[in-house]
Design a protein around this ligand. Structure first.
Ligand code: DX5
Ligand code: ZN
Length: 220
């Protein structure tokens, strides 16, 4: 069974000069914060890393979910932990067997998430669900905010939810990319329980109202 829906903002498309102010406004309305770390190699874009997360940690009490779109994620785990991250998620496309990465994360006291890109079949992740606090089904090809939701990934959300439930596991199913009230509703119906919205929140004229609309859409 899907758990109560939890909503996160991704700050990738926020105004980085005003990050603290934007987060202060949103913080009371969010369940967690999604932090997109990009290395310009695994994805064709650069974002930010542990120093920015450490600054945010000083002004926020939210759970920090760090999404690592990098070629060598394990090299960042210790610095991310020190910066205040709570969970690190790595791409299955980087670690086709994520056992060692999961162990390293847990050894540092971090939760562990596994991410699959739109072209990656769910079957590739299925053997590793026991390692996961989170299974992140990407609904855009990673690299940039503001892209359109790829509806074909909903089948993978359903498959993840079914297998997690049938094995009696506790992992959350997260959806990330192109989330709007409409696509969040579809993902909720498919069994997602964690929702990441970037552009729809941080570029909205009223970001708090945008979070409230998302919450209404997922029915919690
Ligand atoms: C894409 C990132 C997403 C993205 C979400 O590479 O992983 O977290 O920032 O942004 P929107 O909601 O604009 O697709
Ligand atoms: Zn992300």
């Amino acid at each position: 069974m899907a758990k109560p829906a939890r909503l996160a903002a991704s700050i990738l498309n926020a105004d980085f000069a005003r990050l603290g102010e934007e987060l202060a406004v949103l913080e009371p309305h969010l369940d967690f914060l999604h932090l997109d770390i990009m290395d310009g190699h695994f994805v064709p874009n650069l974002s930010f890393g542990p120093p920015v997360i450490a600054s945010l940690r000083r002004v926020s009490r939210l759970f920090f979910d760090a999404h690592l779109m990098v070629t060598n994620p394990m090299a960042l785990f210790a610095d991310l932990k020190a910066a205040g991250a709570d969970l690190v998620s790595v791409h299955l496309e980087v670690h086709p067997d994520p056992t060692r990465a999961a162990k390293a994360a847990r050894g540092l006291g971090l939760q562990f998430g596994l991410v699959i890109n739109p072209p990656t079949p769910f079957e590739a992740a299925a053997p590793f669900l026991e390692l996961c606090d989170l299974v992140l089904v990407m609904s855009v090809n990673p690299g940039f905010g503001g892209q359109g939701f790829i509806p074909e990934v909903l089948e993978k959300v359903e498959a993840a939810r079914m297998l997690i439930d049938s094995r009696g596991l506790a992992a959350d199913v997260e959806i990330d990319g192109g989330i709007t009230p409409e696509t969040a509703r579809l993902a909720r119906r498919a069994g997602a329980d964690a929702f990441v919205a970037g552009t729809a929140v941080v570029r909205a004229p009223d970001p708090v109202a945008a979070v409230q609309e998302l919450r209404a859409a997922v029915g919690d």
